[in-house]
Design a binder for this molecule. Structure first.
Ligand code: MN
Length: 254
């Protein structure tokens, strides 16, 4: 299996390195990742500045590519010609921090997997539910490698990606694997206003870590119950149930 690995935390992130090491047990891995942290970059297409590609050496001796583009740019660059052949799979992560519910719309990790799906490649986004700087990605990486092997054997329908979230617990405490739907996040964003040295206001979007509604069957519920969550995601955001109702509005051109 040929695997393209990327992330949104940047080329130096330990989660990416752990992922690459584990995936090498399953297939041939090429890493193309951003040169800095793009967390919450969403799906980006860089059109107004040149993209550059460099090479770095990972501690295990392997070579990785790094770019000044967003996570989704990394996937696009790889698929448009940096790789000699298209990969069978795009794997993005392992992100430091869960990506659940509406997080997926902001997430650069998920966006990179979406970019793979847009190009017709089966894709997987992987996140670890911790914000600890010294997080150990070993178990999450090993689990990901096993899931990737299954994805390779079974395949996925076109247009679908998997969003994997792993609880940050000792493996013996993980209660199982749940196939889930997206839950509902409760963001606690707050506007922080400061003043620059010239007296002008500037703003940060701050606040506490988001919470969520742990409704049974959702990704948020799974993680709250010490379970691994796998959510199949489709890029078609059409609300099919509202099409007939909106047609009844008989909206006129003038
Ligand atoms: Mn991130």
């Amino acid at each position: 299996m040929k695997i393209l690995a990327t992330n949104d935390d940047g080329i130096d992130a330990p989660g990416l390195r752990a992922l690459a090491v584990a995936l090498r047990e399953v297939g041939e891995v090429v890493v193309v990742a951003p040169d800095h942290n793009w967390s919450a970059a969403g799906l980006t297409k860089t059109m107004h500045k040149p993209l550059r590609i460099g090479k770095v050496r990972f501690p295990d001796g392997s070579t990785a590519y790094t770019t000044n583009g967003a996570p989704s740019d990394c996937v696009a660059l790889a698929l448009l010609g940096i790789l000699p052949q298209p990969p069978d799979l795009v794997v993005s992560g392992i992100n430091l921090g869960a990506n659940m519910a509406n997080d997926i719309l902001y997430s650069g990790t998920v966006a990179a997997a979406m970019e793979g799906v847009i190009s017709g490649i089966a894709s997987l986004a992987v996140s670890l539910d911790t914000l600890g700087e010294e997080a150990d990605f070993t178990y999450a990486a090993q689990f990901t490698a096993r899931l990737v092997r299954q994805m390779g054997e079974r395949g996925l329908p076109l247009g679908i990606l998997l969003n994997l979230n792993v609880p940050y617990l000792p493996p013996s405490e993980i209660a199982g694997v749940e196939i889930t739907r997206l839950g509902r996040r409760l963001y606690k964003d707050a506007l922080v206003e400061r003043r620059d040295p010239r007296g002008r206001s500037y703003y940060w979007i701050g606040g506490e870590r988001p919470g969520g509604v742990a409704e049974e069957g959702t990704d948020i519920w799974a993680l709250a119950n010490k379970r691994i969550s796998i959510t199949p995601l489709q890029l078609d955001m059409t609300d099919h149930s509202l099409i007939a109702e909106l047609k009844k509005w008989e909206i006129k051109t003038k």
